[in-house]
Ligand binder design. Structure first.
Ligand code: DOR
Ligand code: ZN
Ligand code: ZN
Length: 431
């Protein structure tokens, strides 16, 4: 019952292999990396001209399950992830109710096993109900299998409480994933505080809103000795701080999302909620700093912050719409078009930032194409050109600023635990 992935450019950050060869999988595992004869497999996937990478891992998604399944649920989110080339995702806990107990963690993990084609891991909230006043039972959630804690959607503004949570995470060797936003400073802002906000007459969000909390969280994490992962870095100062603190040997990593390395506030065409996300699109100079930080490996991870909302919520003015854009089905083409094709990232760096590094941060035995590892594999054709069409998304969310954008590169197949969970052209609405 083996599958032979034939003649692709096999890129493995673990063994540092970057070579045109074959990968043979059977019994859910990678059996062999190297030239094989066609006859030895039951199924052959022709990967000529394609990248063959370890299954992509998205450290940052919102699946809205439980409570807001009209936006997304674990089944639709899992399918969208598979189509996007992801074999593992980490779901953020700002659901309704918030994932702040072991039984709610179990709900997500069990449902994912039943309905999701790919692995869905759940991050635990830091405070009860994300109210910022009392710690959630973090140890109980760790026993239930959370690989990280996060208060994503907001910051824990009480530094003492946050420090207490960090010490628990440190004790159990799991990372703290930080959404950095000063709750008081952000006010009712909805886009970056610059000329665009003035032009559109919209309240702004300054870079300080993010920068101040990045600095605080670094100091707190250093004191606790815990691994800090900075979510969705959007400002030049955030990545400068990341670089500085890395140079001191501190255990900190950072991620950047495709919307932040592709767009800036100048690209906002008007009062359009599909361009509203948190943190917001910043200035051109911030975007350039993020790209440079990706290139120089200051930024370790590319994540999507996949944040589906209903069409109705994303109508009208940015003033009232919720923050967030979908990202699972546009990430690979944006990385290829904006970073790989422009010589900012090598395909190997792409595999590091989208698979190997995320696996290391969560201490997962993934992100590798070594023989004997679970067969989580993504096959990508980097040359095919097309236009992004939100109507083809399998995510329930269609809220993207990239609709109609010309891109290059697409996922041709996603394999999870040895099973083909996505194959281009074989899904409803597919291109
Ligand atoms: O854009 C965002 N969407 N930023 C957040 O902080 C929350 C997220 C969501 O849950 O929609
Ligand atoms: Zn966030
Ligand atoms: Zn988020």
């Amino acid at each position: 019952m083996g599958i032979l992935i034939k003649g692709g450019r096999v890129i493995d950050p673990d063994t540092k292999l970057d070579e045109v060869t074959d990968v043979y999988i059977e019994d859910g595992q990678i059996q062999k990396v190297g030239k094989m004869k066609q006859g030895e497999a039951d199924q052959v996937l022709d990967a000529k001209g394609c990248y063959v990478m370890p299954g992509l891992i998205d450290l940052h998604v919102h699946f809205r399950d439980p409570g807001q399944e009209e936006k997304e649920d674990i089944a639709s989110g899992g399918k969208a992830a598979a189509k996007g080339g992801f074999t593992t995702v980490l779901a953020m806990p700002n659901t309704h109710p918030v994932i702040d107990t072991a039984s709610r963690v179990n709900y997500v993990h069990h449902k994912a096993e039943e309905v999701s084609p790919i692995h869905v891991l759940q991050a635990g909230a830091i405070t009860k109900g994300q109210k910022g006043t009392e710690l959630a039972d973090i140890e109980e959630m760790i026993q239930a299998g959370i690989p990280a804690i996060s208060e994503d959607g907001k910051s824990v503004m009480n530094s003492q409480l946050y420090l207490d949570a960090m010490l628990i995470a440190k004790k159990h060797n799991i990372p703290v994933m930080a959404h950095c936003e000063d709750q008081m400073l952000v006010g009712s802002g909805c886009i970056n505080d610059d000329e665009k906000a003035a032009e559109l007459g919209l309240p702004g969000i300054s870079s300080m809103v993010e920068n101040i909390i990045v600095a605080r969280d670094i100091f707190l994490a250093q004191d606790a000795g815990v691994h800090l992962h900075l979510c969705h870095c959007s400002t030049k100062q955030s990545v400068h701080m990341l670089q500085m603190i890395k140079e001191t040997g501190c255990s900190v990593t950072g991620e950047v999302c495709p919307h932040h390395f592709t767009l800036c506030s100048e690209d906002i065409p008007g009062d359009n909620p599909n361009f509203k996300m948190n943190p917001p699109l910043r200035r051109q100079e911030d975007k350039e700093a993020l790209r440079k930080a990706l290139k120089e490996d200051v930024v370790d991870v590319i994540s999507t912050d996949h944040a589906p909302h209903t069409l109705k919520e994303k109508e009208g003015s940015m003033k009232n719409a919720p923050f967030g854009v979908v990202g699972l089905e546009t990430c690979v083409p944006l990385v290829i078009t904006e970073l790989v094709d422009k010589g900012i990232l090598t395909p190997m760096q792409m595999a590091e930032k989208m698979s190997w590094n995320p696996a290391q941060i969560l201490h997962l035995d993934k992100g590798s194409l070594r023989e004997g590892k679970a067969a989580d594999i993504t096959i990508i054709d980097p040359d095919v050109e097309y236009m992004i069409d939100a109507r083809t998304f399998v995510s329930k969310g269609k809220n993207t600023p990239f609709n109609g954008r010309k891109v290059k590169g697409r996922v041709t197949a996603t394999i999870c635990d040895g099973q083909i969970v996505y194959q281009a052209g074989q899904m409803e609405n597919d291109l």
